[in-house]
Design a protein around this ligand. Structure first.
Ligand code: PGA
Length: 257
């Protein structure tokens, strides 16, 4: 399908960020989701599940032969060494992940991750051939102070290493105040930020910038997914709470069909 702009449609990507939720018994939820997806056309969207690192390995066995891919929620910038509690990009890949979320606001806020840290992690993940889902987003105070585009522009410029292939780069716009709050920006506000990101990417990467998928994240749920996914330059969603239940997540995925 060629939209009016003459550019090929980007296949949407729906990613579920389970955050610090899920024990081994959650495999049944994953199986249920995989069964819903059996007859869903693969061209409709890509689906990625990002469970806690403890579940990657057992989930890998479950998703073999299904439409699902696995992602991790973070990785360290170094290849290995004395970093207690951290996991490297190679470990994430070894456990079965094809994607990794980087720079989520909960990591930026809870763990003091700067744009520089996010960029170094992104470079490490890219060197392992992982796909990157890099998160950007403004605080409520920044939104109220009309600083949204300035903040997003700075994060974009500083968080992404040079030379990433467009098919391996996904950017998620996640306003911090919309995450887990049940509140979402207006569709116009989402369109404004996504249009801004698209222009910046094209300015920085040329035609490749038109091939980077832009996700919206923050209180996406079955009741608002279709209208959000229809906003120009929204090429998918990063879903937290509503990805934990296969039935809810499936309703969101179906909104791509
Ligand atoms: P939410 O989280 O869907 O629960 O708001 C989104 C995210 O943090 O990625």
């Amino acid at each position: 399908m060629m939209p009016r702009s003459g550019r090929a449609r980007l296949r949407p990507l729906i990613a579920g960020n389970w955050k610090m939720n899920g024990l081994v018994k959650a495999r049944s939820e994953l199986r249920r989701l995989a069964s819903y997806l059996v007859d869903f056309p693969s061209a409709a969207c890509d689906v990625v599940i990002c469970p806690p690192a403890t579940l990657l390995h057992s989930f890998r066995a479950e998703i073999t032969g299904t439409r699902l891919s696995l992602g991790a929620q973070d990785c360290h910038a170094d290849e290995g060494g004395a970093h207690t509690g951290d996991i490297s990009a190679a470990m994430v890949k070894d456990a079965g992940a094809k994607w990794v979320i980087l720079g989520h606001s909960e990591r930026r806020v809870d763990h003091g991750e700067t744009d520089r840290v996010v960029r170094d992690k992104a470079a490490a993940a890219a060197s392992q051939g992982l796909g990157l889902i890099v998160c950007l987003g403004e605080s409520k105070q920044e939104r109220d102070g009309n600083k949204t585009l300035r903040v997003i522009g700075r994060q974009l410029a500083a968080s992404i290493p040079q030379g990433i292939q467009p098919k391996r780069l996904v950017i998620a716009y996640e306003p911090i105040w919309a995450i887990g709050s049940g509140r979402t920006p207006t569709l116009d506000q989402i369109a404004q930020v996504h249009g801004f990101l698209r222009n910046k990417l094209i300015a920085a990467m040329g035609d490749d910038g038109a091939r980077v998928r832009l996700l919206y994240g923050g209180s996406v749920k079955p009741s608002n997914a279709a209208e959000i996914l229809a906003v120009p330059h929204v090429n998918g969603a990063l879903v937290g709470g509503a990805s934990l239940k296969a039935g809810d997540f499936w309703q969101i995925i179906k909104a791509c069909g």
